[in-house]
Design a protein around this ligand. Structure first.
Ligand SMILES: Cc1cc2nc3c(=O)[nH]c(=O)nc-3n(C[C@H](O)[C@H](O)[C@H](O)COP(=O)(O)O)c2cc1C
Length: 121
C-alpha cells in the first residue's frame, strides 16, 4: 500500500538496558518497532534525524534532552519528507522525560495533518 508511511525517531548507541545497566544498541528500540510495523502494514519507512549532535554518553544525552525540554527548544529535523501522497501515518518515538523528543514537536508542527489517519506511540 503506497499511501502508508511509518515514521520514527530512535537513538542507537549507549542506552540503559535491563537492570538499569548501561548497554549498547546497534539499532534503537523504536527503530526495531517501526521496522516491525512497516513490515506488517506495508508502505514506506522514514527515520527522523535531529539536526544536532547529541552526546554519545547516555547520561549526558539525558541532561541535554532535559535542557531542550525545559527551554522548549525546537530542534530541527535534517529532512522533512513530502507527506502529501500518504493518508495513513504511523509515528514512533521514545519516551523522553515523559513526552516526545523535541525534534518530534518541530516535525509535527511542520505539516498540516488535516485528513490524515495517524497512529502515534
Ligand atoms: C533523554 C531520555 C529521556 C528518557 N526519559 C524517559 C522517561 O521519562 N520515562 C521512561 O520510562 N523512559 C525514559 N527514557 C528511556 C527511553 O524511553 C527508552 O530507553 C527507549 O526504549 C529508547 O528508545 P530508542 O532506543 O528508540 O531511542 C529516556 C531516554 C532518554 C535517552
Amino acid at each position: 500500500m503506497a499511501n502508508i508511511i511509518t515514521i520514527y525517531f530512535s537513538m542507537k548507541g549507549q542506552t540503559i538496558g535491563p537492570g538499569m545497566k548501561l548497554t549498547h544498541l546497534d539499532k534503537g528500540n523504536t527503530a526495531a518497532a517501526a521496522e516491525f510495523i512497516q513490515k506488517a502494514v506495508g508502505g514506506d519507512l522514514f527515520e527522523i534525524e535531529a539536526d544536532r549532535a547529541y552526546s554519545e554518553d547516555h547520561m549526558v544525552l539525558i541532561k541535554e534532552a532535559k535542557q531542550e525540554l525545559e527551554n522548549g527548544t525546537r530542534v530541527p529535523a535534517k529532512f522533512y519528507p513530502d507527506l502529501s501522497r500518504y493518508d495513513t501515518v504511523y509515528l514512533g518515538y521514545p519516551n523522553w522525560w515523559n513526552t516526545m523528543p523535541m525534534v518530534l514537536f518541530t516535525f509535527l508542527e511542520h505539516y498540516d495533518w488535516t485528513g490524515k489517519r495517524t497512529f502515534a506511540r
